[in-house]
Design a protein around this ligand. Sequence first.
Ligand SMILES: [Zn+2]
Length: 61
Amino acid sequence: MADKVKDPICGMEIRPEDAAAKEEHEGRTFYFCSHGCHDTFVKDPHRYGHPAEEHGGHMHH
Ligand SMILES: [Zn+2]
């Protein structure tokens, strides 16, 4: 049952049950390895909440 998810801040793969924090953004749930990563996400969810592949690798500022 190793259904891992990716921490969008640091890229670390974690299990949801091991996550230090989670956050919902635009209908999706993100999991974080630490409260520090969670804080970073909450400050700027649009920067981290959309995986690069959804933008064709284009990084917008
Ligand atoms: Zn992290």
